[in-house]
Design a protein around this ligand. Structure first.
Ligand code: PMV
Length: 307
């Protein structure tokens, strides 16, 4: 049996504004999808949900990836695929991309193919097209290569950012599920209606991301936190926050995080807090005792790998 893991992702700065050409920064996180491939008749089995039915999105995505791989080189299509993920689904943490990347890596390894991460990323992107109608490619790129990425208008740039071991992130899952596409459409309509006002907000978002890049490189944690709050405010302005997002941001900052913001499409999803690790256990426990689903993550700098 051949197994690989790939990390989930978090958008740190610039979501939504990126849709109109502003830059955004995302990073891979220490929550993983694991995929194992072994000889057998074609079957997809999830540790969480059991046998994956033919016709389901996951089944189709797996099939599409395997078929695409076989158009590049010949390999055995009769394989048993076991998937296991600790990444929350539908919360903007790139769960489907991490699965696709881990699958591509495990399958290529199983086939004894000579490959590089670029090919893994390409195969995973093919599967992502089955899940999201127009994927930007950021999720699979982060799951493949790990670390921090800047992206703008479809161009990805790997960033030489490495945060110190003394800091990490808290992720609070609101468990409010939403559809990214619908929120994105709404934001675009708002932009058209109030263009004269919002143009300045979009410009501010671009400037904010460039400043955040500098703060991340310099490990200026206070500034990173402040910029996260400013970014949350801009996201609130374009209508993608929710009272639960705002409440959690206030709690995280009130309890000692450097900063906090919603991450991804918003209207629920996840809220992230940037924290000194000396405080994270206490904050995590307090939030849990208040009924919140919360967990800690660190950046993953490695990306997909065999396990
Ligand atoms: O679907 P999510 O939560 O990972 O985030 C979507 C990010 C947006 O900027 C809102 C949309 C996009 O395609 O970039």
């Amino acid at each position: 049996m051949t197994c690989s893991i790939a990390p989930g992702k978090i958008i740190l700065f610039g979501e939504h504004f990126v849709v109109k050409g502003a830059p955004a920064i995302g990073f891979a996180v220490s929550k993983y999808a694991k995929v194992c491939v072994e000889d057998g008749y074609f079957q997809v089995i999830s540790k969480q949900t059991g046998n994956i039915e033919q016709g389901s999105v996951l089944y189709r995505a797996v099939k599409r990836l395997i078929t695409y791989a076989n158009s590049i080189f010949k390999c055995d299509e009769d394989v048993r695929i076991l998937v296991d993920s600790e990444i929350p689904v539908g919360s903007g943490m790139g769960s489907s991309a991490a699965l696709s990347v881990a699958l591509a890596h495990a399958y290529l390894t199983h086939c004894n193919a000579s490959f590089d991460k670029k090919l893994v990323n390409e195969l995973a992107y093919e599967a992502e097209k089955e899940v999201h109608s127009k994927p930007s490619g950021i999720d699979n790129t982060l799951a493949t290569f790990g670390g921090f990425l800047k992206y703008r208008s479809g161009v990805f740039e790997k960033l030489d950012i490495r945060l110190g071991d003394e800091v990490g992130f808290l992720v609070v899952n609101t468990n409010l599920k939403r559809q990214t596409g619908i929120i994105v459409e709404e934001v675009l309509r708002l932009y058209e209606k109030y263009r004269e006002v919002l143009e300045n907000v979009y410009t501010a978002a671009s400037v904010l991301v460039e400043k955040a890049l500098k703060s991340l490189r310099e490990r200026d944690y206070e500034s990173i936190g402040r910029l996260m709050l400013l970014n949350h405010g801009l996201l609130w302005t374009i209508g993608v926050s929710h009272e639960i997002n705002d409440l959690i941001v206030h709690k995280l900052v009130g309890k000692g995080c450097y900063g906090a913001k919603l991450s991804g499409a918003g209207r629920g999803g996840i809220v992230i807090g940037f924290v000194n690790k000396s405080l994270s256990t206490r904050i995590e426990e307090e939030l849990r005792s208040e009924g919140f689903e919360v967990f800690r993550v660190n950046p993953d700098y490695e990306g997909v790998r065999s396990v």
